[in-house]
Design a protein around this ligand. Structure first.
Ligand SMILES: [Zn+2]
Length: 371
């Protein structure tokens, strides 16, 4: 014990001596660091908006080509994205003005989808867009305001007041109808995308894995298919069925004098949520592939996306919980591409074969009477 007490402070002193760097490092001034910080921030926001333009372009094509499948949830669209510094997230505001040549006074167009109504009307990135049919465009929440205005206005032609290089112009834009579901594009490393009841969320991590626009179209088509096929609602129903089944067992056991603390309710809720999940994912891949083709993308090589996913996230090669493993998705995509190519050759309509999806991999919860 005595020797132990002796060694503790000595060891501490030795470790501290090893804590500090021993090399003489170059001196960096605060100004130099601030300047470099600015360069990286400007580069980041420009990169973000380049990527957003790519996502917006593919999404516009997917939404307009597949609007018949959107269960009436449609809106008028013109294919441009305009912002003000004050309409961007707070953390981007200080440098977005310089990075994107924005002004506080009027929204600036930073993305125009090629071939869209805005492009046909001659609008280009860098134009300031001031009013739609004489109504001033909001300087805050600009993109949402424009989407709402167009939804209300519908597909009738509209007059847009535009300022280009200080010259005021009025252009006529004829919107087209497309699926209304908004898409949020987020900077996040995770290779993820998901759909909620009111939006599609795409992470930059999954966009980086999509080497071609056709692969990105497959990703966005997959999410739109989830929304159109009502997968979210179906999952909620399965979850509720699981909860009811499990809770009835809990109540039955409690009536017998033994409390489960709701364990069956919780477990069956989880099982219900997972039921058909893999099948829904495969169905979204399948229908999403049709959406991509209808939007004009070629599926040749699109399956490579799933090999890239497997390489970037090796767990996806062998582990399946809610999603199919990457090899299944690779192989299925090859077969879907062949199926669609065959339909094209035979001049058949590009409509997914709607048949029963795979049986659930998880056993269905037992009926309440079975306990
Ligand atoms: Zn999915």
């Amino acid at each position: 014990m005595r020797s132990g007490r002796f060694w503790v402070p000595l060891l501490g002193a030795l470790l501290c001596a090893g804590c500090a760097p021993v090399s003489r490092l170059p001196v960096l001034s605060e100004d130099e660091i601030e300047a470099e910080k600015r360069i990286e921030q400007l580069a980041h926001i420009r990169k973000y908006y380049d990527e957003l333009h790519r996502v917006d372009t593919v999404a516009f094509r997917i939404r307009t080509a597949n609007r018949a499948d959107c269960r009436g949830w449609e809106s008028a669209q013109i294919g441009l994205f305009a912002v003000t510094p004050q309409s961007l997230p707070r953390r981007y505001r200080s440098y977005s003005r310089e990075a994107l040549n924005l002004t506080w006074a009027r929204p600036t167009v930073i993305s125009v989808v090629e071939g869209s109504p805005a492009a046909e009307a001659g609008i280009v990135a860098g134009d300031e867009i001031i009013a739609l049919d004489g109504e001033l465009i909001s300087l805050t929440g600009t993109a949402g305001w424009m989407a709402g205005w167009l939804k209300h206005h519908g597909p009738r032609p509209l007059q847009a007041n535009v300022r280009r290089d200080g010259v005021d112009l009025t252009v006529t834009i004829t919107p087209v109808m497309g699926c209304a579901i908004p898409i949020n594009y987020l900077t996040a490393d995770e290779a993820n995308a998901y759909t909620t009841e009111d939006k599609i969320v795409i992470y930059s991590g999954i966009v980086a894995l999509a080497k071609t626009d056709a692969q990105l179209a497959h990703v966005i088509g997959h999410e739109l298919a989830h929304a159109n096929l009502g997968h979210l609602e179906k999952k909620l129903v399965n979850k509720a069925v699981g909860w009811v089944s499990g809770t009835m067992i809990d109540v039955g056991i409690l009536a017998g004098g033994l409390s489960t603390g709701g364990a069956f309710g919780k477990e069956f809720t989880k099982a219900g949520e997972r039921a058909f999940s893999v099948g829904f994912e495969r169905e979204a891949d399948y229908v999403g592939a049709y959406y991509a083709v209808r939007a004009g993308y070629d599926l040749e090589g699109v399956e490579e996306f799933w090999r890239a996913m497997g390489l970037a996230h090796p767990d996806s090669i062998r582990l399946a919980a809610t999603h199919p493993i990457a090899p299944v998705r690779f192989l299925q995509m090859q077969k879907v591409a062949a199926e669609i190519a065959d339909k094209k050759r035979r001049n058949l309509p590009l409509v997914p074969d709607l048949k029963v999806v795979d049986a659930p991999s998880e056993p269905a919860p037992p009926s309440p009477g079975g306990s």
